[in-house]
Design a binder for this molecule. Sequence first.
Ligand code: NCD
Length: 317
Amino acid sequence: MIEHLLSTADLSRDDAVLILDTAGEMENLTDRSVKKLPALRGRTVVNLFFEDSTRTRISFEAAAKRLSADVINFSAKGSSVSKGESLKDTALTLQAMGADAVVIRHGASGAPMRLASAGWIDGAVVNAGDGTHEHPTQALLDAYTIRRHLCGGSGDLAGLRVTIVGDVLHSRVARSNAWLLHTLGAQVTLVAPPTLVPVGVDSWPVTVSYDLDTVLPETDAVMMLRVQAERMNADFFPSTREYSRRYGLDAQRAALLPQRSIIMHPGPMVRGMEISDDIADSDRAVILEQVSNGVSVRMAVLYLLVGGSREGAGETS
Ligand code: NCD
């Protein structure tokens, strides 16, 4: 197993399947009335969030607590970071407090990598989203959700067709998913306006299309992305209406999907823009399941990076 989780491009097929299988065990255990496992008792997990987050932060906190870790939540707002303290000094402070794992979300692509490689902390570093770069645990929970629905909950995703739609340029979710889904054997198609396709996409293991209607009938799972207005410094499309007309998922478009395919979104959704209300709330949407699966997947990641042997996973306290 890897030492830190920084990027899905670092994960072998075996590591990825081990994380998904372990998440399956975690899910079975959290279905019990006593949800806590003793696996990380006495260990400290720090959640270091320099950027806003709802789902990811709460999910990591729930995951660490279910494994009985001590959890310290640090958000840059209200901390000495707003007084100009550097990432290095923040990291050294955490090290002095004895962090066994640091879960970091940062606006700068590469910040988790810096934390892991600079030697400032001894513990495992988990990337919870860095700039427009990667968001590996989101991709893992997406893969877990797809596997559960379309592959009977085991093995890899060989032969499945996954379509990722929208603001790929600014999306760390799209990047992490492209690599992980490819490693797990799925075929990935990106659909976006030409202005929101990243330069260098030719080196990604994906196919690119600009026409959603032709791709949907050949899709097993469609993943809608939020348009990341906060990362845009220019106009990337003429209007919200025009964007929705070409790249939004509404009932008429969703009818083009094969019967058993699923509809996903990492959240937060901009309802009415990339996804219509009725589709977001429909039976085919697995968006809330993605959120619940996030806790099991993050438990698995923390357990495998910090907790040691897999055998202990079966114990309950
Ligand atoms: C994503 C993120 O923060 O990258 N959300 C999440 O973690 N669930 C996607 C987004 O913000 O659009």
